[in-house]
Design a protein around this ligand. Structure first.
Ligand SMILES: NC(=O)c1ccc[n+]([C@@H]2O[C@H](COP(=O)([O-])OP(=O)(O)OC[C@H]3O[C@@H](n4cnc5c(N)ncnc54)[C@H](O)[C@@H]3O)[C@@H](O)[C@H]2O)c1
Ligand SMILES: [Zn+2]
Ligand SMILES: [Zn+2]
Length: 366
């Protein structure tokens, strides 16, 4: 639980109410260590406090609230999706559910669909302290109550930690390539930042046949991993000129660059490294007030484009089963993406490792 930005997370026992209408209770089997939680821990992104963080999780359905059970049954293994899906707003109806209008409700209330929370604890003064949910998931926990619409069934053969990372890092990175970058087959693609999300983008580029695939990071260990996932060339941004190297490798620049860092400097490198007519797909997040300056004439005269992609610009209910199928078919080597496994009590150590550059996606096992 996050009590104050800049402070370590605290591990506490809290009360979890039963699932309300349309909600389910899930026992968490694995949760991924994503940088987005860190943005809330540092205060880069605002949230109502205290809050249970964690949004990349998978587990087993234990209980159904009133009216729930149309999509999942008790005993089903599920992955948790961190974007709401009301099914009825313009974005949901046009098939773009990552922009569901309830995303704003989740962000503003840090509650579930009705804006209320299922988490609380006695405050020690006779009162009851409400505790908030992150993105309708809050899976750094033994159990969660979520909307049934936040769940997708996990097929046999997909282990819990793979299901967990599939539901954020993998669908975000692979989806950025498949959904937002057009058809990269046979053309250069560069990925800047090869943490969990960027490595998934490298895998997506490999799957889609991009060539060459250029991985950029400050950390040589991550670049080694990128090679294993299909990067043909790597650039150590701490010691090499990223833009000059991409131009050297591609001739006129890369038609597609994915920024999986979320910093002004990397986005500027990405724009400069684009070929004429190329697209920078921005997937890294930053402080709530962060901006980036880009050269106007470079955009206009070379017809460059910058697009954002949330949750891989995916349709998670359709695309997450595709990720599982690709994994089961041996087309996405997700086992090799798994980093250190730790118990929940070591959540702060897991984030220290994310910050200091441990390669692969850390996993918390309650
Ligand atoms: N768009 C979405 O829907 C979505 C989903 C998940 C995560 N994210 C965001 O994506 C970003 C990456 O997440 P992650 O979990 O992979 O984080 P991570 O910390 O595991 O990876 C970030 C990587 O960027 C590298 N890096 C940092 N500065 C760099 C620089 N100047 N040049 C090159 N590389 C640099 C780091 O070495 C690290 O490998 C975060 O901002 C996260 O919040 C966005
Ligand atoms: Zn995430
Ligand atoms: Zn909606």
């Amino acid at each position: 639980m996050l009590r104050a930005p800049g402070r370590p997370l605290v591990v506490e026992d809290v009360e979890l109410d039963g699932p309300g209408p349309g909600e389910v209770r899930v026992r968490i089997e694995a949760a991924g260590v994503c940088h987005s939680d860190l943005h809330y821990m540092t205060g880069d992104l605002p949230a109502r406090l205290p809050i249970v963080v964690g949004h990349e999780g998978a587990g087993v359905v234990e209980a159904l609230g009133p009216g729930a059970g149309t999509r999942v049954a008790v005993g089903d293994r599920v992955a948790l999706m961190w974007r709401p899906r009301c099914g009825d707003c313009d974005a949901c109806v046009r098939g773009d559910p990552v922009l569901c209008r309830f995303g704003r409700v989740f962000a503003q209330t840090n509650g579930l669909f009705d804006g209320t929370t299922r988490l609380h604890r006695p405050d020690g003064r006779g009162g009851d302290e409400r505790i908030h949910h992150l993105m309708g998931v809050s899976c750094f926990a033994e159990r969660v109550v979520v909307s049934e619409t936040s769940t997708t069934r996990v097929p046999d053969g997909v282990p819990p930690e793979i299901a967990a990372i599939a539901a954020c890092a993998v669908i975000t990175g692979v989806g950025a390539v498949l959904n937002a970058a057009g058809s990269p087959g046979g053309r250069p693609l560069a990925v800047i930042g090869t943490g969990g999300v960027g490595l998934a983008a490298v895998m997506g580029a490999h799957l889609a046949g991009a060539s060459p695939i250029i991985a950029v990071d400050l950390d040589p260990a991550k670049l080694e991993l990128a090679r294993r996932f299909g990067a043909t060339d790597v650039i150590d941004a701490g010691h090499e000129d990223v833009v000059a190297r991409v131009l050297e490798l591609t001739g006129e620049g890369a038609p597609r660059v994915i920024d999986a860092v979320g910093a002004a400097v990397t986005m500027q490198q990405g724009v400069a490294a684009l070929a004429p007519g190329g697209t920078l797909v921005a997937i890294g997040l930053a402080r709530a007030d962060a901006t980036v300056a880009v050269p106007i004439n470079d955009l206009v005269q070379r017809q460059k484009r910058i697009v954002g992609a949330l949750y891989g610009s995916s349709n998670p209910r359709l695309d997450l089963p595709r990720i599982f199928a690709l994994y089961l078919a041996g087309r996405l080597p997700l086992d090799d993406l798994i980093g250190t496994r730790r118990p929940l009590a070591e959540v702060n150590e897991a984030y220290a490792e994310l910050r200091s550059g441990g390669a692969g996606r850390g996993i918390l096992v309650p």
